[in-house]
Design a protein. Structure first.
Length: 680
């Protein structure tokens, strides 16, 4: 069975700095929003690391159930060596990591470690079962010893994956032992964590009554959060491994019957079969690395939101299934804006058309007051609607879906919702979103809300105030009007399209008359704002020429593209603000206030490479080679931060350090989409 392999040689990495070792991470997911993740060194550095973060129904949401597994190699003379994952107990600057990892690799995104200690060679892999909150951790002896003994100590702190590590929460964990099966509970509110080994003949468990230990979370300290927490361990497993034999620790919040239904060997077989199918079904230009890596990375974001039971019941009644998009790992839930921007790359480039339809129809159900939800909070079933652009991206996503599928039934189902959306925007809806009757442009803004994608706010401080007529909002509004006119013409005839064309014509005339900033040869970012016009040079202006129906007159395309290329383009996306602006921040680091101050003030966002490539090809339609060159910087990035995926953001200056979420849906989606569009 063919496998997509991404390998990192660590045999000579003892000289690698601690910071480098701790910043390389891995991620596996279960299709429900649950995941397992950690540093490749095995060291836990922030609250989101764990071997089983289960996706539980509301009100729990994603919950850390198995935090860590300390692994020791035991020698006959009584010597024990911890083979990886030492827990730091002091500051990161003073920490040194001693490890015995000679190689880390991904096989179809499954993480595999190779350890070498005194001639002993072991391999370990971590697998989450698709559709279950079950993890398999498998060890195999590759060298020729008669046998080796491993000691494995599981540690846990049952909590929401977002809760601070300092709040231990449960003072009493109960352990139930049923033969070789073990259950850990912390009361009735949460499910039990069940643990067992497939090879019960050569494993045993030593119950120690429960031991607490304090650990230091280096990344939490770096981010200005509580950084010292407590993990609890019930005891330890010992297992004897024979050459070429394996033993698998299975941990789960499912019932015993469910978690034991699939053995480790079958689970691995089905895992690789599924991932091979994903690659072979995708667009032909992304079936080889690096495109294939991104096809598998894309799969991690498409989930069945098990916590939203009503959604599932409604969808099943209509003959559908529920799917949504996790915006980023570890902490994002499903966001409307991110979903609509990501939809083409995640589901259409990968030819997962059925799931794309499910996603669009799910969001259509949630239209309220002419808006789709901005996000669904963790552990909640109802969405929050404070967004001015997510709903307009919905039109864009539906258009791309229809281009690929010709699914007129879905268009006809959603069309009344779209008419309602446009009507609300023209008349006015929540958060001050309305068309200005004086010029036909869309304006937005409400006290205390950030409604555009540049939405950073700290303790009431709005970092990038963009109330007024934002450039990308009006580009999206014009595009939505033109798409509506086309759809209505096809469905109902020319007369139905005329009012939308009239609104679009007026918006376009006003836009080109008002948004051109002649002194800088680019577009204002916001006009008619709280402080007048903002001439901050930002990437938002690209949407005026990159969308299906560009609102910007052609005479301005070249100068806008040139200024964005000269001032904002980097190897891993676009800066959010030009260097010559006094508010420019070169690095994204520090506590929450410091980070949010830089979030859209220079920090590079990977997803913006998508609109840039689209704009480039609009101006240079024959230069696919040039467009492909703009994607090359993401190839080495696949071996840093989250191996095999793309980060949310990067510092604005070389070396463009990855920051934020280690794996972001729209980062992966837009690079993947563009790769399929321009690769030879």
């Amino acid at each position: 069975m063919a496998k997509l392999v991404r390998k990192i040689d660590l045999a000579n990495s003892q000289g690698e700095t601690t910071r480098q070792m701790l910043r390389r991470e891995w991620l596996v997911t279960n299709g429900l929003g649950g995941y397992a993740s950690g540093t490749i060194s095995g060291t836990v550095t922030w609250r989101y690391h764990g071997l089983l973060i289960a996706a539980l129904p509301a009100p729990h949401g994603r919950t850390v159930m198995l935090n860590h597994l300390a692994e020791f190699l035991c020698f006959p003379e009584g010597r024990k060596i911890q083979i990886c994952g030492e827990e730091p107990s002091h500051s990161e600057e003073k920490l040194t990591i001693s490890h015995y990892i000679s190689e880390f690799r991904l096989e179809n995104q499954m993480p595999i470690w190779r350890y070498e200690v005194d001639g002993i060679i072991l391999e370990k892999n971590v697998l989450l079962l698709n559709g279950q909150n079950t993890v398999h951790i498998t060890y195999r002896l590759l060298s020729k010893q008669n046998s080796v003994r491993l000691e494995l100590r599981p540690s846990m702190h049952f909590r929401s994956h977002e809760h601070a590590v300092v709040n231990f929460g449960h003072d009493h964990y109960l352990v139930s032992i049923h033969g070789q099966n073990f259950e850990v509970s912390a009361g009735e509110a949460l499910p039990k964590l069940r643990l067992t080994f497939d090879d019960r003949e050569h494993t045993r468990f030593t119950h120690e009554g429960g031991i607490k230990r304090e650990i230091y979370y280096a990344k939490e300290a770096e981010r200005g959060y509580e950084s010292r927490g407590v993990l609890w361990s019930p005891g330890y497993f010992t297992l004897e491994l024979s050459p070429q034999k394996s033993a698998t620790l299975m941990a789960s919040t499912e019932t015993w019957h469910t978690m034991m239904a699939l053995g480790p060997e079958e689970a691995v077989k089905f895992y690789h079969e599924r991932h091979n199918r994903l690659i072979s079904a995708a667009h032909p230009k992304v079936r080889l690395s690096p495109g294939a890596d991104l096809v598998l990375a894309a799969d991690q974001f498409i989930i069945n939101p098990v916590g939203r039971v009503q959604d599932a019941a409604r969808a099943h009644a209509a003959g559908d299934e529920v799917r949504t998009v996790i915006a980023g790992y570890h902490w994002f839930t499903d966001w409307g804006r991110d979903t609509m921007i990501s939809l083409e790359g995640l589901t259409l480039t990968t030819r997962r058309y059925t799931e794309a339809g499910w996603i669009l129809r799910t969001f259509a159900h949630y239209v309220r007051d002419g808006l789709i939800p901005n996000l669904f909070p963790e552990g909640k079933s109802d969405g929050l609607y404070h967004t001015a652009d997510a709903t307009l991206w919905f039109f864009h996503a539906l258009h791309r879906y229809l281009q690929h599928t010709r699914d007129r039934a879905t268009l006809q189902l959603i069309l009344p919702k779209l008419l309602d959306i446009v009507d609300h925007h023209i008349r006015g809806t929540k958060f001050g979103i309305h068309v200005d009757p004086a010029d036909g442009l869309l304006t937005q803004g409400a006290e205390g809300y950030q409604l555009t994608w540049m939405d950073a706010k700290v303790d009431g401080w709005v970092v990038t105030p963009r109330r007024g007529k934002a450039v990308e909002i009006n580009a999206l509004w014009y595009n939505a009007l033109m798409l509506m006119a086309n759809w209505l013409r096809e469905e109902q005839g020319e007369d139905a399209a005329k009012p939308f064309l009239a609104h679009a014509k007026r918006a376009r005339e006003s836009f080109n008359a008002k948004f051109w900033y002649a002194e800088g040869s680019y577009l204002y970012d916001v006009i008619d704002g709280e402080s007048g016009h903002s001439h901050a040079c930002r990437p938002n202006q690209l949407l005026a020429l990159s969308l299906e129906h560009p609102i910007l007159d052609e005479q301005y395309w070249q100068p806008v593209l040139k200024i964005v290329q000269d001032k904002l383009l980097t190897p891993v996306g676009l800066r959010t603000l030009s260097r010559d602006n006094p508010d420019y921040k070169a690095k994204y680091f520090g506590d929450l206030r410091a980070r949010d101050a830089a979030y859209h003030q220079g920090t590079v966002w990977a997803w913006l490479i998508g609109p840039f490539v689209d704009a480039w090809l609009r101006v240079h339609p024959k230069d696919k080679a040039g467009a492909l060159n703009f994607l090359q910087g993401f190839i080495p990035h696949l071996n840093e931060a989250c191996i095999g995926s793309i980060s949310e953001i990067f510092d604005a200056e070389a070396s463009f350090t990855p920051r934020g979420c280690i794996a972001q849906a729209w980062s992966v989606a837009e690079v993947l989409r563009c790769w399929a569009k321009v690769a030879e």
